[in-house]
Design a protein around this ligand. Structure first.
Ligand code: RAM
Length: 353
């Protein structure tokens, strides 16, 4: 009897892992999660998102929590007070004092967190970055390749501007590593190809991933640049606020960028402010961070370039070099490609994330 129960349990675990490893190509697959399990060990993984009140960050944290439950470890989700590095340093110092086993951080600043992350590692804590890299991280769980994201953003601007004219970028905070990486890579792409020579990048402004500030920044751009054709927002908070401001102003400016389908449904379509946009599954990004932590903790990888490892979600990741020219300081794994949302698929995805 005991043998039969053990076999059934093993089967349930295998099915659970297969479900976790399912690629999220379709909304239905993304909904597949294993049931919440009680932690079976005293091991604790903590996640420190960029800020509270941002639905993208909440979904990332929920993926991390679910993966911790699947791995049987305890989970702490600790939001900093704002999008500053100082707020994250306070949170991380508290987690070090609590003696957690691992910390995943979506960094608000690539440089400022370094010494705190070094202290965490010195205390035996596994440290990874996700979404937004920081110096001192053992491995960056990158949502999508930096140049791939930058390329779809540049091409969106080019297409929406009709190949020529003024555009601006509305970003998150001025120190946010991931946005700064995408912006640096966009500059490289534009400089390297004469196809983009007739695009004029007039300004980059920062809404700090705050809705009102992002809305106000959009209004300033509309006032300051009457010939502006496109505003590109590599932030889910920014793109929503921008689309609302453009729509409320009755402006013909087109909005490009990275948005959550659940928030942007109603703003995406040919006759709407945002013809199309991109993102990836933030739930998967959070989950992948927890699985990567486990692999670092149990020695399946050291996080060195050239290694590959298979995580408990069934996916195999290749550890790639960072790219300091665009502000990726750690070695990295890539969760997946950026995915395009249009009027045809946004409603379906809006129910997922
Ligand atoms: C915002 C955050 C996050 C980023 C997304 C695209 O929610 O800045 O870090 O990855 O946008």
């Amino acid at each position: 009897m005991k043998k039969i129960i053990a076999l059934l349990l093993a089967l349930v675990m295998v099915l659970g892992l297969v479900a976790c490893g399912a690629k999220t190509e379709t909304p239905a697959a993304s909904n597949e999660t294993t049931p919440e399990a009680a932690p079976t060990s005293d091991v604790t993984y903590a996640i420190v998102p960029k800020s509270a009140g941002n639905p993208y960050n909440e979904r990332e944290a929920s993926g991390f929590e679910q993966a911790c439950a699947d791995l049987g470890v305890k989970c702490i989700v600790q939001y900093p007070e704002d999008t500053s590095a100082e707020a994250q340093i306070n949170v991380i110092n508290n987690l070090i004092a609590q003696g957690v086993n691992a910390i995943a951080v979506a960094a608000n600043d690539a440089e400022a967190l370094e010494s705190t992350l070094e202290s965490a590692k010195a205390a035996g804590i596994v440290v990874v970055s996700l979404d937004s890299d920081a110096k001192g991280s053992q491995l960056f769980v990158n949502q999508a390749g930096v140049s791939e994201v930058a390329q779809v953003l540049v091409d969106s601007v080019y297409d929406m501007a009709g190949g020529a004219g003024q555009f601006a970028v509305l970003s998150a905070s001025s120190t946010a590593t991931n946005q700064n990486s995408w912006i640096a890579a966009m500059e490289q792409i534009i400089a390297a190809d004469s196809k983009y020579a007739d695009l004029e990048w007039v300004e980059t402004v920062y809404g700090d991933d705050e809705s009102q500030k992002s809305y106000d920044m959009t209004e300033s751009l509309m006032t300051n640049y009457p010939d502006l054709k496109v505003i590109c927002c590599p932030t889910t908070v920014g793109v929503l606020a921008c689309a609302q401001a453009v729509q409320n102003a009755g402006s013909a400016i087109k909005v490009a960028g990275l948005g959550l389908p659940s928030e942007m449904n109603g703003y995406v379509g040919e006759d709407l402010p945002c013809p199309y946009m991109y993102l990836w599954n933030p739930i998967d990004v959070g989950a992948t961070a927890a699985y990567a932590i486990q692999c670092l903790a149990d020695g399946a990888t050291t996080g060195a370039v050239g290694e590959s490892f298979t995580a408990a979600n069934g996916n195999t990741y290749e550890v790639l070099d960072g790219d300091t020219s665009v502000g990726v300081y750690s070695t990295q794994i890539i969760v997946g490609p950026p995915y395009e949302f249009t009027a045809d698929n946004i409603a379906e995805w809006a129910t997922v994330y």
